[in-house]
Design a protein around this ligand. Sequence first.
Ligand code: NAD
Ligand code: ZN
Length: 369
Amino acid sequence: MLSGMKRLTVSLASGEYPVYIGKNLLERLPALLESRYEERRAVLATDSFLAPRAGKRLVAAFHSAGWNIRMAPPLPRGEAAKSFACVERLCGFMLKSGVERRTPLVTLGGGTVGDAAGFAAAVFQRGIPLVQVPTTLLAQVDSSVGGKTAVNHPLAKNAMGVFYQPRLVLCDVALLRSLPKRDFLSGMAEAIKYALVFDSAFARWLDRNWSKILRRDTSMLLRVVYTSLAWKARVVAEDEYDLIGRRELLNFGHTVGHALEATTKYRHFRHGEAVAWGMRVALALSEGRGWMSSIKERRLSTNLLNKLHPPVWPENVNFSRVIKYLRYDKKRRGARNIFVLLRALGRPARVTSVSLNELRRALTSIGLR
Ligand SMILES: NC(=O)c1ccc[n+]([C@@H]2O[C@H](COP(=O)([O-])OP(=O)(O)OC[C@H]3O[C@@H](n4cnc5c(N)ncnc54)[C@H](O)[C@@H]3O)[C@@H](O)[C@H]2O)c1
Ligand SMILES: [Zn+2]
């Protein structure tokens, strides 16, 4: 085992898979895969930013390990990758490249690449092995683990998708050096989510070490990614298919977050930025019910959310538009949206009884009219 490399296992009814977390791991991927794929063939999906950078390095590493790997034409950057058109193009490339049912598809990129290429891996010939190499903080702390894949519909984020678990996930925190600050903070929003929902000690640690985290010290990044993914792995193991309400807790901040993303056509906010606003709303809703009664915990939660600095919404976004998009939320039951609120720090509750008035008050509290 490499020094400094950590390993988590995601254990599911259908089997388990490893998650490797460390620094400068990218070039080790062929060695980690070797025992599983003796044919040494693979296909790589990435986006147009990463293709000439980490993409090129990864292809070179596979070639020097004697693999036949082909890089698919790059996906566009950002949410544009999460479309049927892109998935179809990727499948076309795989058909022409002679990809077979045992050939792994390696994804290299942020959550958008992972979600779209993961979806392609799930549907191509009814499923080929998927290997996730997340390159954004958001993908390393969240989206690469757990098997949710999806493409967007103009009316709703992630409207079409399937559960499809990867065979292996490799998080190289060295890749996070080049991430723009905006994307880094977007990923920190998801890390803060785990802290508020499950782990008050992690929340205090994040608060204490915030400036070192922003400097991207390796030891800090390793702890942020490891702690977050340990929670994700645990929750996914308990509720792989989002059926018993446990996995839904990971949706803290996402009900309003997804509506903000959809109403701005997925172009205005990074995912984590919209979730940052959504978490503020969730906190306001919790406080409105008399929950989160400890002043210390309220202050800590607010402090953490204040560090994220999400951009404000465009002028045409208002209360009624957000409400309209809430109607398309996947998590809706009947006429009710499901909100994850906090009884206290680290004590989440699923709530279906949020009234329009409560919601209006909470949205007003973040400045949405
Ligand atoms: N499947 C899940 O469980 C899950 C969970 C959370 C979020 N998501 C999805 O993830 C998506 C957001 O992912 P994201 O925030 O990673 O966005 P992203 O994939 O669009 O990446 C953000 C930007 O960073 C660039 N980039 C990627 N790696 C880089 C690097 N190392 N250095 C510099 N730039 C780099 C990309 O080219 C892109 O422009 C959303 O669509 C969201 O719905 C999925
Ligand atoms: Zn999210």
